[in-house]
Write a protein that binds this ligand. Structure first.
Ligand SMILES: Nc1ncnc2c1ncn2[C@@H]1O[C@H](COP(=O)(O)OP(=O)(O)OP(=O)(O)O)[C@@H](O)[C@H]1O
Ligand SMILES: [Mg+2]
Length: 494
């Protein structure tokens, strides 16, 4: 069978980074080909070459057996190569239909837009992906899952022969994931080739026909999924022994440091819980259950309507995050990219920006100490970068996440750390490091609150688990009694 797309001996160099070292990759009609590898392995770079974002300077690119030179993403789209990026690229203020046919609205005589035709064509595409919204709806009103489906529908409108999905399920609920998988099966049956990029290995094992593993910019394996298991896949990805995923909980709880009582905002209701120094307490639940809103309420980012928050016995004012920080509360937000990357600054500056005063003596930043502390974390979290001075925007997605995590871990006066989805977009090896780090911090006396939709990490790391559903605490389990079944049962809306 002639591959839909065949890339061979692809090389790509950025200043200081050899991102792809002679990679081969092809996609057959009707197959799901997964692309995996650690953060910075080269997955997105390879996709961007296939999608015409980067020139294919070295190597060969064939579409349906014919060698091509693409001069931009539109050229790739016209040849049926579409990418659904993780950072969705729709225009929020335009309607679904306008987004679907952006730049290609059907025109009648005199340049009049043929709205009826547009809406009819849109409705048909939306039906194909199983999305039931009016094509006149503004995209900004849609949730992430729906926006993703609009992107896929747009790909179909170009009669895409190959669709690439870069970490498509990271913000979807289990039901939405199921729907996406059903759509992928339908596309497969129509002969569309799919490239699936993800750090969720269970999804890959369930979905993919073949898996290509990149490590350090080189292809280390391309195998049929049936010849693989998760363990071997991990070994191929990381190329080193991974310790047991979760640290042994060798911590002893100390004094109570965080007390939340009857906390209520527009989004969460009547939340009460306590955390002691040395504890890791988890908040589980489905996407949209209210975890992020809870963290924001504790920090005082969202307006508190009722209830109280106290750190080490001191009341945290209702709506003053700086005061909360002064008392020793810290929050690593979920949407780290939107909430905090300074794109033009270096990795070092992005990491140390919140803790700069710690490195100051008599009004001067002590650069040596700053470098050393940032360097230690950069190593520990395996941030893949030529050096600390690299512009953060040039790091891979997962590595930017890690650099931002470092920002909050550098703070000295922390008593309570809330971390919201700390491992989203992060590879298996670095996940284990983050778990170890949270465990170490707790052992040193920090109270850690882990908000996560990933059940295994909540189960593996936390002393106590609160399950949220529809903005409330629906259940609480001790480490010894928690199981995935119980967490899921409590998480489902009543
Ligand atoms: N524009 C750029 N300038 C310099 N270096 C870059 C640029 N884009 C990517 N890189 C580097 O190329 C390497 C591969 O990055 P890429 O984004 O392809 O990784 P990835 O496999 O997609 O990782 P992740 O899982 O974190 O998304 C990384 O070391 C990254 O820092
Ligand atoms: Mg990437």
């Amino acid at each position: 069978m002639t591959p839909l797309v065949a890339l061979s001996a692809i090389h790509k160099r950025f200043p200081g980074v050899y991102a792809l070292k002679g990679v081969d990759f092809d996609v057959l009609p009707g197959e799901v080909h997964a692309l995996v590898g650690e953060n910075g392995a080269g997955k997105s770079t390879l996709i961007k070459i296939a999608a015409g974002v980067y020139d294919c300077e070295e190597g060969q690119y064939r579409i349906a057996g014919e060698e091509v030179v693409l001069d931009g993403p539109r050229a790739a789209l016209d040849r049926g190569i579409a990418v659904v990026y993780q950072e969705l690229e729709l225009v929020a203020s335009l309607s679904v239909a306008e987004n679907l046919f952006f730049g290609r609205l059907p025109h009648g005589r005199g340049g009049r837009v043929l709205w009826d035709e547009l809406y009819a064509a849109s409705a048909q595409l939306l039906a194909e992906v199983g999305l039931t919204v009016d094509p006149r709806t503004k995209v900004g009103y849609l949730g992430v899952a729906a926006q993703q489906l609009v992107e896929i529908a747009r790909a179909l409108s170009f009669e895409a022969r190959m669709i690439v999905m870069d970490e498509p399920t990271s913000a979807l609920s289990p039901r939405e994931i199921e729907k996406l998988f059903a759509l992928i099966a339908r596309l497969k049956a129509k002969g569309v080739g799919l490239v699936y990029v993800s750090h969720k290995l269970d999804e890959i094992m369930a979905l993919a026909d073949r898996v290509t593993v990149l490590r350090d910019g080189a292809r280390v394996a391309c195998e049929r999924t049936e010849d693989l298991d998760e363990e071997r896949l991990i070994a191929l990805m990381v190329g080193r022994e991974l310790g047991q995923g979760f640290p042994v909980a060798d911590r002893a709880p100390g004094a109570r440091v965080l007390a939340v009582d009857g906390l209520t905002t527009d989004q969460v209701r009547d939340i009460s819980f306590q955390v002691c120094a040395g504890e890791i307490v988890g908040f589980s639940g489905l996407m949209g259950a209210g975890r992020t809103e809870l963290a924001r309420a504790v920090m005082g980012v969202d307006r508190r309507l009722e209830g109280s928050v106290a750190v080490a016995g001191q009341r945290v004012p209702a709506d003053a995050p700086p005061a909360a920080r002064k008392l020793g509360l810290g929050l690593v937000p979920e949407d780290r990219r939107a909430d905090g990357v300074f794109a033009q600054l270096s990795v070092r500056e992005n990491s140390s920006i919140a803790a700069l005063e710690q490195f100051c003596r008599m009004g001067h930043v002590r650069g040596g100490e700053e470098k050393q502390r940032v360097g230690a974390l950069v190593d520990r979290l395996r941030v893949r970068t030529p050096d600390q001075e690299q512009e953060i925007a040039k790091l891979s997605g997962g590595n930017q996440q890690k650099a931002l995590l470092a920002r909050w871990l550098l703070k000295d006066n922390l008593k309570v750390l809330l971390v919201d989805e700390p491992t989203r977009g992060i590879d298996v090896g670095a996940k284990a490091e983050i778990y170890q780090l949270l465990n170490d911090l707790a052992r040193d006396g920090l109270a850690v609150v882990l908000l996560s939709s990933e059940m295994p990490e909540v189960l593996g790391l936390c002393d106590r688990i609160y399950v949220m559903s529809e903005g409330r605490i629906a259940a609480v389990y001790d480490r010894s009694e928690a199981t995935p079944e119980k967490l899921l049962a409590s998480a489902l809306p009543r």
